[in-house]
Design a protein around this ligand. Sequence first.
Ligand code: PGA
Length: 258
Amino acid sequence: MKNKIWVGTNWKMTKTIREGLSYTEELISIAENISSNIELFIIPSYTALVPIKKLTSNSRVHIGSQNMHWEDQGAFTGEISPKMLDEIGVNIIELGHSERRQYYNENDEDINKKVHSGLKYGMKPLVCIGENIEQKANGISKEMLAAQLKVCLKDLTEEQAQQVMIAYEPVWAIGESGIPADATYVSEIHQFLREQLMNLFGDAGSAVPLLYGGSVNFDNFIEYIDIEDVNGLFIGRSAWNTESFEKILHRLDEHLFA
Ligand code: PGA
């Protein structure tokens, strides 16, 4: 039995303001018929954050940003600060997505600084972790994941840890060339992650939502959400048009909360 789950999508670099607004209008009306046990979030492009925040301000759709610097201000060309995102009213900060790690060298130490800064402003960090295919082949997935968790969440109090969400996204399962993971594998890893969180934060570790992501689609999401330690879904391509996202949301709602 799950009381509450988180379901959301990161748009990556796919939608203009205009496209984002029409998507969001549709999602807001879809959300009216979805149980409140499902916490919905979207993570638009930076340019769309302000108009989308305005549009969603009276709805239950949470808004996230795809990255953030840890400093409030300074000579960091091209970056955006927690103070700026807080001014917009952003609720969630996505950190450490595999594309950011791979193309922009984002590392666990930086993510840790960003987690602390985001929390200072009352924003919820959504920390993405995942092993790549070589690490999986070498049998070191768990070691990698344990290290990512430990460093990304370094020096958090138990109370702070409960404000964080983790998305487990195996790098080899993400995107066009991704291979959907076996539910048994996801179950084993999520159980392991829960143990690690409890080692780090005691009972507070059991309150940290663990989302699963990577090629989640209409045909496989039930298998993933039925796993005990999966507390939500982080969906890319299958949620980028509202029709496909709506199908998933209705089926999910029916499956878990009807
Ligand atoms: P995907 O993306 O669902 O399109 O594989 C997941 C992600 O990158 O978070």
